[in-house]
Design a protein around this ligand. Structure first.
Ligand SMILES: Cc1ncc(COP(=O)(O)O)c(C=O)c1O
Length: 396
């Protein structure tokens, strides 16, 4: 039995994944396979480090100190062969807050920010919330997988009112790990037209099936010079509740502009537990991560095999990274509201509505497979049953 097979009851922990079920799915008991955290215990080294710290009863203002920077730079060197000077790193209290403050730091009101839907919903929010314009370069859903529309991307970059590109790498929800060639093409177009890049690489440690992640900023010094990279241990080690992340920019001007926003809102303190968790994760939990990735691959294979065998009209590709599956139910020919009724109300599985990732998500749902295998099996069984019992009634 794998450590990840253990079902841990999260009730009573105020987990959003559980608490928001009634509001989102109209049912407090759906199997929650939505928001991107995992139903697995954090690595033992993290749990121990946090326990040890709670032995001291004073939780006053605390510095992150050298250990925080050492853990990050060593992790990036070991995992990505990326030599990051520690002066390029700044703390941020979460990657989404980081995106929002980068939008404010690097663009002016009314300017356009390019994103590539279908994409993680806050990519729309962090642009609109600060009165910037969402400029969409939709990904192309090709037979062999999702691709960037480079011609349209270049057209958008050539418009001087579009000044920033937020890259999602690996891409949530489609699971692509962009290749060095794709990254170079995007980066060079941005350089040519004076567009800065914020690269959200929060899922970078979760590459699967032999895929490798190459940070955008390592493609060339010129691309590094226009890029702010956002990373965190939160997806990798299931630490989202600690609100601890960081940004990296070798270009001092870009980093300072973002740093000024962090300082202006007095966010630089962070919280006393976040850096302890990050250090224990990066310094002591690499084996745990390798085991996790194998387990996630098993869950993904299970879903894909079930789909192929039991409902081959549903399309789902093996993601190159992330524990998120982007499932195309459009062959069921249902209105989105009926698809939700079927999956939430009848199958009683809580998935993310594809439309929340952009209009390209119509007919799609996102499934989070970071749960014990028996739970994923049960969810798939429910969906398969509903397909045979109910689909015909909704779609005669
Ligand atoms: C692409 C992406 N960026 C950011 C986040 C959230 O980051 P944080 O919790 O650090 O704000 C997520 C969470 O799912 C994500 O998928």
């Amino acid at each position: 039995m794998s450590q990840f097979d253990r079902i841990i009851d999260r009730s009573g922990t105020r987990a959003i994944k559980l608490e928001s079920r009634e509001r989102l799915f109209g049912d407090p008991d759906v199997i929650p396979l939505w928001v991107a955290d995992m139903d697995f215990a954090a690595p033992p080294a993290v749990v121990k480090a946090i326990k040890d710290r709670t032995e001291h009863p004073i939780f006053g203002y605390t510095t992150r100190g050298q250990a925080f920077l050492d853990a990050i730079s060593s992790w990036l060197k070991r995992r990505y062969e990326w030599d990051v000077d520690q002066s390029w790193i700044e703390f941020s209290p979460g990657v989404v807050p980081n995106l929002g403050l980068a939008v404010q730091a690097l663009t002016k009101q009314g300017e356009g920010v390019i994103i590539q839907p279908p994409v993680y919903p806050p990519f729309f929010g962090v642009v609109r919330d600060f009165d910037r314009k969402v400029v969409e370069n939709p990904l192309v859903n090709a037979e062999e997988g999702y691709k960037v529309d480079f011609d349209h991307f270049e057209k958008l970059c050539a418009d001087p009112s579009n000044t920033l590109f937020i890259l999602c790498h690996p891409h949530n929800p489609v699971g692509r790990v962009w290749t060095p060639e794709e990254l170079r093409r995007m980066g060079e177009i941005c350089i040519k037209h004076g567009v800065s890049i914020v690269s959200d690489e929060i899922h970078c440690d979760l590459t699967l099936f032999g895929n490798r992640h190459r940070p955008m900023a390592t493609i060339s010094p010129e691309i590094a010079d226009i890029t702010v990279t956002c990373m965190a241990p939160s997806k990798t080690f299931n630490l989202a509740g600690f609100s601890t992340s960081y940004m990296i920019a070798s270009n001092k001007e870009l980093l300072n502009k973002c740093r000024e926003q962090v300082m202006a809102y007095h966010l630089h303190m962070g919280n006393v537990f976040g850096s302890i968790a990050l250090e224990a994760a990066y310094n002591e939990s690499e084996d745990w991560l390798e085991n996790l990735k194998k387990y996630l691959e098993g869950n993904i294979n299970l879903v894909i095999e079930t789909v192929e065998k039991e409902m081959p009209e549903v399309k789902v590709r093996r993601p190159e990274a992330t524990y998120l599956l982007w499932m195309d139910f459009s062959a069921w020919n249902l209105k989105q509201s009926d698809l939700k009724t079927l999956l939430y109300g009848k199958a009683r599985v809580g998935l993310n509505d594809g439309v929340s990732f952009g209009k390209e998500g119509r007919g799609f749902m996102r499934m989070n497979v970071a749960s014990p295998r028996s739970i994923i099996e049960k969810a798939m069984q429910n969906i398969v049953e509903v397909r045979s019992n109910e689909l015909i009634k909704l779609n005669p």
